[in-house]
Design a protein around this ligand. Structure first.
Ligand code: IMP
Ligand code: MG
Length: 181
């Protein structure tokens, strides 16, 4: 059976996503003209966004990836970040732009930001495709680049998962509620 049957509602079509990503890429190209840009994609959620966004940036830039987990042994957010896969780049002197799929409570990015600051990048900014400000716990955490602000709904597709599935949808959707039970 097709995975599309599990989707109740499409929130962003691939055309809408493309438009958002193009706009972000254009803005980043402007802002990082005379800088030493390093894009850091946070695995796994940002993988689709990252690959689209980097091709909309008309600059010489570098990329790297990091895999982190914001959860300890329990399923409750511990607020501490565990590094599952570290960068291969020494970020000292780089103008680092963190690429995230979605900014929710802000705990993951808050800890990641503090961790990366210790490595002395020249600058450190955050780009997220989605922002759910209603869910924010870390008050002072704001992304420098936001694709779209969304209400508090659980979304899947375009890299975002539910129990590690649906990352491969080429649009953003909401799952049918019976699949959560
Ligand atoms: P937080 O900002 O530390 O609470 O966590 C953000 C992470 O939670 C993201 O990187 C996603 O992996 C996950 N997440 C939050 N909201 C959603 C959603 O609506 N769909 C899928 N994953 C989500
Ligand atoms: Mg996830």
């Amino acid at each position: 059976m097709s995975i599309h049957n599990d989707i109740e509602e499409v929130l962003f079509t691939k055309e809408q996503i493309d438009e958002i990503v193009s706009k972000l890429g254009k803005q980043i190209t402007e802002d990082y003209k005379d800088k030493n840009l390093l894009l850091i994609g946070i695995l796994k959620g940002s993988v689709v966004f990252m690959s689209d966004l980097m091709r909309k940036i008309d600059l010489k830039c570098s990329i790297d990836f990091m895999a982190i987990s914001s959860y300890g042994s329990s399923t409750k957010s511990s607020g501490t970040v565990r590094v599952l896969k570290d960068l291969t780049t020494d970020i000292k002197g780089y103008d680092v732009l963190i690429i995230e799929d979605i900014l929710d409570s802000g705990k993951t990015l808050d800890h990641l930001r503090s961790m990366l600051k210790l490595r002395e990048p020249k600058s450190l900014k955050i780009c997220t495709f989605f922002d759910k400000p209603e869910r924010r716990v870390v008050e002072d955490l704001k992304a420098d680049y936001v694709g779209s602000v969304i209400p508090d709904k659980f979304i899947v597709g375009y890299g975002l998962d539910f129990a590690e599935k649906y990352r491969n949808l080429d649009y953003i959707g909401v799952l049918k509620p019976e699949l959560y039970e």
